[in-house]
Design a protein around this ligand. Structure first.
Ligand SMILES: [Zn+2]
Length: 322
């Protein structure tokens, strides 16, 4: 008796960004669609809004402090936020006004507020928003950027760092960011770069695949096109971030080992899973290997200072007229 034929894959919907009906599907894990029309790659089956919102609640940030990682790494995060503030001040010395979309623990807005800036953050996590308000005395709106009830032209600078890849409609986020900016206002945007060789080789095991948190997989050309379509002029782009690039390269190297990917990264978390992973000898083996691979990973990631191949990208943009 012959076995029944395998169920046919469901038909591919037209691209939800540009309507193209030539979208390709990449299987072998959660299906990723890629559109030749607008160049965007995105997760086919996006979890419903309520499920995604739940992802960022209790487990994502710790209730009392808003922390996500063990103490030593939280100190590093603070150092990296200071670098982010310095980068912003390099383009807009201020004091001016800034909206930090997906503001995490609220460190960036706290630092700028102390320098006399008028600041505000948005955040899906009620826990992190509450911690930021209490500990840092900053204003945080809980919800999507598209629901922020403020008049157009409210800000001089908008920062969207490692957030756009988490939202199902980044085009709508950019349109709202544009309307919230003053004429010629500054948009600082940073996302993982999925245009590189590592993503093609590692696919679902790539550190930045980050299922089900990441929904959109940007490349330099698809991000450029999306920004231009939504009324931004790109002034500068860079492909190296001390915060993201070396560790992403290191974790990607470790992701060639068998077993669940991102073991080392997950073991840094304050979550129950993080605690469990830290008790496993396999995790400690990963940690030893990480020490050996740290210098090579740093060297490989530094290549992004010369050629645009880095695993993260930051675009400095201005709102166009009109
Ligand atoms: Zn498209």
């Amino acid at each position: 008796m012959s076995s029944p034929p395998p169920p046919a894959a469901p038909p591919i919907e037209p691209c939800r960004f540009c309507g193209s009906d030539r979208v390709d599907r990449r299987e072998g894990g959660p299906a990723v669609l890629s559109c030749p029309g607008c160049g965007l790659m995105y997760l086919e089956n996006i979890p419903p809004a309520a499920e995604r919102e739940a992802l960022y609640q209790e487990e994502y940030y710790r209730g009392d402090t808003g922390a996500r990682f063990l103490g030593v790494f939280e100190k590093l995060v603070a150092f990296f936020r200071r670098l982010r503030v310095r980068a912003i001040l390099g383009h807009e010395p201020g004091p001016a006004s800034l909206l930090d979309v997906g503001c995490g623990r609220g460190m960036v807005i706290e630092m700028l507020q102390k320098r006399g800036w008028r600041v505000m953050g948005t955040q899906l996590s009620r826990t992190a928003a509450e911690a930021a308000r209490k500990q840092r005395n900053v204003e945080v709106f809980v919800g999507e950027l598209t629901d922020l009830p403020l008049p157009d032209g409210s800000f001089r600078v908008i920062l969207i760092s490692h957030v756009l890849e988490h939202v199902p409609r980044p085009d709508e986020y950019l349109r709202r960011a544009r309307s919230l900016l003053e004429e010629n206002g500054l948009l600082v945007i940073e996302v993982p770069n999925h245009g590189g060789l590592a993503f093609r080789i590692l696919r679902h095991r790539h550190f930045c695949f980050d299922y089900p948190n990441h929904l959109i997989y940007f490349t330099p050309s698809s991000l450029t096109a999306l920004l231009q379509r939504n009324g931004f002029k790109i002034e500068r782009s860079s492909f190296f971030s001390l915060e993201y690039s070396p560790f992403t390269t290191l974790q990607n190297m470790l992701n060639f080992l068998p077993g669940e990917p991102n073991r080392l990264y997950r073991s840094f978390m304050t979550t129950g899973e993080g605690r469990l992973l830290r008790t496993s000898p396999v995790t400690w083996l990963h940690a030893v290997l990480a020490c050996v691979l740290a210098a090579p990973a740093l060297l490989v990631s530094l290549a992004a200072l010369i050629v645009p191949v880095g695993n993260t990208m930051r675009f400095i943009c201005r709102r166009t007229r009109g």
